[in-house]
Design a binder for this molecule. Structure first.
Ligand code: FEO
Length: 400
């Protein structure tokens, strides 16, 4: 994709990544891809806002060179130090040694530790404005959205907020870079939720603080560093982020995430009976096989739904390991305040339930009920399972 003019003097100069399998070395994006959006303001002083991962570096610099010689760049604004936005920084330094890097005080320290860069770095203060000639940039400190050094940059004449990770999503750009050109907003909204829960959700309080802080800034375009640029309806992505951030401490949706694992099909058989009971009550239900689904895709359901139904056998006296891994990641991501029930098969002694209770202790999930059985479930067990699912669903329904 060539550079795209967003408004006079302001260009998208990002990079589409369709070859990285794991974002942060952890989260699958093989199917979806991701974009590293960067922006160029071509004024009397020339500024780049955020950069790119060190990938397709030639393409990145060629894109800038369509508009201005890279060596003539005056400022590089670093909203966030994570290497998906700074990976090409050392190369840029070699091509444009005169460019001044702008960032927060914490960014200055990180520039040294990540890249050994100490020269021509200028710390900008919260609220500080910088004139480029016709255009002015204003900087807002927004710590922990996503790292402690993070800030956002506001272009005052076109009213564009360069928000970096905030309001971003997984998903490479598919030709269209603006929300009003995109024919599949549902894809980006779904991937924005997965991105939020995988990357940002642990910092939901700082997200709400940043949204509150910027409430009076007259933003007309939101230009994040991943995913679509929101110029027709920026409120949509802000409201989604606000809703998801509020889920960290408030009420969520009246639905159930059923995660199960099964070694020889016995727990899976019971899972079908439990799911039947839940469905009978009419509560929204999502079902995941813990051993076959990456936790990246399970977390959005866990984050947004009030109930968690865990179906897992006892494995060597503990919870079936793939289930333990999913739930441990959920605790790391601070998925809080859920109601949970558990069912599963055991061979000669239990242990799964005890292990589950230990895992969920730090995130204050309320253990509502459990149903364990020996070996293969009998017809009687399955009848109990259906009722077990239905009664849990009734509790979740009443909560909504
Ligand atoms: Fe897109 Fe936190 O980096």
């Amino acid at each position: 994709m060539p550079a795209v003019e967003i408004k006079p003097d302001v260009y998208w100069i990002g990079v589409n990544d369709r070859t990285t399998d794991l974002f942060e070395g952890l989260w699958p994006i093989t199917e979806e891809g991701v974009s590293y959006n960067a922006y160029l303001i071509n004024d009397e002083k020339k500024a780049i806002v955020d950069l790119s991962k060190a990938l397709k570096t030639d393409e990145f610099f060629d894109r800038i060179a369509e508009i201005v010689a890279v060596s003539e760049i005056d400022y590089v604004v670093i909203n966030h130090m994570e290497p998906d936005h700074t990976g090409v920084l050392r190369t840029l330094r070699k091509i444009a040694p005169g460019a001044t890097i702008l960032g927060s005080a914490k960014t200055k320290k990180m520039l040294e530790s990540f890249y050994g860069i100490t020269e021509k770095v200028r710390v900008v203060e919260d609220g500080e404005a910088l004139s480029l000639g016709r255009r002015t940039l204003q900087f807002f400190s927004t710590p922990f959205v996503h790292w402690p050094e993070t800030m956002m940059t506001f272009e005052t004449s076109h009213r564009i907020l360069f928000s970096c990770d905030a309001f971003g999503s997984y998903g490479a750009l598919r030709g269209a870079i603006f929300d009003d050109e995109c024919k599949d907003l549902g894809f980006y909204q779904k991937e924005a939720l997965r991105y939020y829960v995988n990357i940002v959700a642990k910092f939901s309080k700082p997200v709400l603080k940043a949204i509150g802080k910027l409430a009076d800034v007259p933003v007309e375009i939101i230009a994040p560093s991943h995913g679509l640029i929101w110029r027709k309806n920026p409120r949509l992505i802000v409201d989604l982020y606000k809703k998801w951030a509020e889920y960290a401490s408030g009420e969520t949706e009246a639905g159930i995430t059923l995660i199960y694992g099964s070694m020889y099909g016995n727990t899976e058989t019971m899972m079908n009976a439990v799911a039947q009971g839940i469905s009978r009550v009419g509560v929204p239900l999502e079902i995941f096989d813990a051993a076959r689904t990456h936790v990246s895709y399970i977390l959005p359901s866990l984050w947004t739904k009030a109930g968690v139904m865990v179906g897992a056998p006892t494995y060597e006296g503990t919870l079936f390991p793939p289930m333990a891994q999913v739930l441990e990641m959920a605790t790391l991501k601070r998925v809080l305040n859920k109601k949970v029930a558990m069912f599963g098969s055991y061979g000669w002694s239990g242990g799964a339930l005890k292990h589950l209770k230990k895992i969920i202790e730090p995130v204050r999930w309320e253990m509502v009920d459990s149903l364990e059985f020996v070996g293969k479930p009998t017809d009687e067990d399955l009848k109990k399972g259906e009722e077990f699912g239905a009664s849990f669903a009734e509790i979740i329904k009443a909560q909504g």
